[in-house]
Each structure stands twice: as C-alpha cells, then as structure tokens.
Design a protein around this ligand. Structure first.
Ligand code: ZN
Length: 336
C-alpha cells in the first residue's frame, strides 16, 4: 500500500506556559486527519542522544541511531561531496556567544580553519556552516583569534566584550545506513539535512523549484511534486519542510505559526484529498521539537498522527502537545 510521510521539521514544542505553535491556531486539514486517524506520541530522539534532525530524520525513515550521528557526513552528502577514504568529517558552525548563527563571520572562520595542519579540506557550506575533512579531530582556533580577525576584516559586532564569537564542532559519528531504495522518494530543499540523510540511506531525492527550507518556502510546490510521485505509483513519498525549525532558531514564534498554517493549508489539505482518492496511508510527524522562544531543540516525544485503510481512529481529535501528553509513545511514524 502506498504511503506518504510529512515531516514538519522542529514543529513540536514543550507543552505549558504560553502555549505551543500547534495549539495557537486551528489547523483545519490536520484536525480532519486527526479525527479519522490514530493520534499519539512518537519518540524521535533515542535515550542519551541530543534532539536534532541528524537523529530524528533517519529514525523517521527507518534507521535508528545507536549513538551521535555525523552532521558533517550528512552535509557532505547533501552537497554532493565525497570525502576521501579514512577522513574524519566534521561540521563547524560560527556562532554568537548565545548560540545565534553568525554568517558574517563564516569567511573569517574559514580562513582560520584553513590554517589547521590536520585539515585535508575545508569549505563553506552555506550561512554559518563550514565543513572540515581531516586526519583526526581538529583543535579549533581560539575565540579571540576569530574575534580579532573578524574585526580586522571589518565584520560588524566583533570586539564586543559581551559577545565573543565561537566555533561549534559537530564531531564525526554514525552514518545513516543504506536501507532504502528508489521506491522511497524524498521531496525536500536542495542541500538540506533531509537531502543528505535521504542520499546516505539510498532514497531518491526531488527538489521542487521554490523549496528553500526557510520561512517563505513554497510548500504548495512540494504538494504538487508529492502528488505526481504518488500518482506515478511510488511506494513511499516523504515530504520534508524545514521552515518551522528555521523560524524557531530565529526565535520568531509568529513566523513559525505562519509556516505551520501554510503547511496545513497548502500541503496537508491537498495531500489528504489525494490519499483518500488513492486509498493510501498518510502520517504527519515532526523529527523533533524546537522552542521558538529559546531556539533550542526539544527531546520530548512529538505529537503525531497516522491515517489510512486499516488504521483505527484513536487518541485525541487534535494533534497538540497538550492533547497527547498522556497518550502512548510509539517508536515510528507508521506505528499505531
Ligand atoms: Zn534545528
């Protein structure tokens, strides 16, 4: 039976306080799916691991990490790069002291990393993200060196005693296994984490024009791409939308809500109609939570729904963190 999985990246949050994005508006399509399907929680972050897309996305596609996953290898795959055999692969981010990305300092960071003896290859991926291939774990340059060189290069905001820039290292680690084939097609933004995970796992990847992974991304284009893939008979179609996570990292709850509304209206509504027509199964499941007030990832099990032939309606009638708080926790998007 055909199936489609929609992954709104980082959409979940921790219940309580000011309320969550999912509880801040009435998602007509998601609620209609919830009334007919099984609503429960999905554990997307295995115990002991940090919540994040490098962990949650492979898990949703069927590969459960046993330890920290290599961000660098996922990004290399996303950018179509192949590291030399035996290389250690790291991603390095350039950030403000409080964790916000600092893309204006990325070129400065790049030139400092070029000076490391152990580096075989250093390149900028996008924004604040850099990639290093080395013989061993790199010893990163000091924050002060980054600050000084940034100021010398005229980067605004350096030499602020309250905001010393820093490198964040994502060490090498596990690599998602090649357990899929081209019967799984992933619709996502080019060069995204999702694209890297999909390639490493052996799935086919489709990038609709207008899909950026950021707020303002064209989710209707993703719905059209998914529709034609399902109509062509593809067994499993995965649609990833990165914008809720990006809006959360930008600490912009309004932008996150707008993206969630757009996903409901422009993606879930047409897909729900299509799924009825084809007799397919639809699941909606974030890969992890991200708090739009702090920008931090959340490891709690995420609210999710699965609906289709043979799935008994169960759980609450809405997909919110509060509504599912006492529902059972399952370990994959298709489990009921
Ligand atoms: Zn994130």
């Amino acid at each position: 039976m055909q199936r489609i999985l929609v992954i709104p990246d980082g959409l979940a949050e921790t219940p309580g306080g000011a309320g969550t994005t999912l509880s801040s508006f009435t998602p007509m399509a998601l609620n209609a799916i919830a009334r007919r399907g099984a609503v429960r929680r999905v554990a997307t972050t295995p115990p002991g691991l940090q919540p994040g897309s490098e962990t949650g996305l492979p898990l949703l596609l069927g590969w459960t990490p046993g330890g920290p996953v290599s961000r660098g290898r996922i990004d290399a795959a996303a950018h179509g790069l192949t590291e030399p055999a035996g290389a250690v692969v790291h991603r390095v981010d350039v950030r403000h002291d409080d964790g916000r990305p600092w893309p204006e300092l990325a070129e400065t960071g790049l030139s400092l990393l070029h000076g490391l003896d152990e580096a075989l290859h250093v390149q900028r991926l996008s924004g604040h993200r850099l990639l290093i291939w080395g013989h061993r774990d790199p010893t990163l340059p000091r924050r002060l060196d980054l600050d000084d060189l940034g100021a010398a290069n005229g980067v605004e905001g350096t030499h602020d005693p309250d905001d010393l820039p820093r490198f964040q290292l994502w060490p090498d680690g596990e690599v998602p296994g090649p357990i899929l084939d081209e019967d799984t097609v992933v619709v996502c933004a080019p060069r995204s984490t999702m694209a890297g995970v999909a390639r490493l796992m052996g799935a086919a990847v489709v990038h609709p024009t207008g899909a950026t992974g950021r707020p303002g991304t064209d989710v209707a284009a993703k719905a059209r791409a998914a529709t034609s893939l399902l109509r062509d008979g593809i067994h499993t179609v995965v649609v990833h939308v990165g914008s809720p996570d990006e809006a959360s990292h930008a600490r912009d709850p309004q932008a996150k809500r707008l993206e969630a509304q757009k996903i409901d209206r422009d993606l879930l509504a047409p897909l729900a109609a299509l799924v009825l027509d084809l007799g397919a199964t639809l699941a909606v499941c974030p890969d992890h939570g991200t708090d739009p007030r702090t920008g931090a990832h959340v490891a709690d099990p995420v609210p999710a729904v699965v609906w289709g032939p043979g799935v008994r309606a169960s759980g609450p009638n809405v997909v919110t963190e509060e509504a599912v708080a006492h529902e059972p926790v399952v370990h994959g998007p298709w489990e009921t």
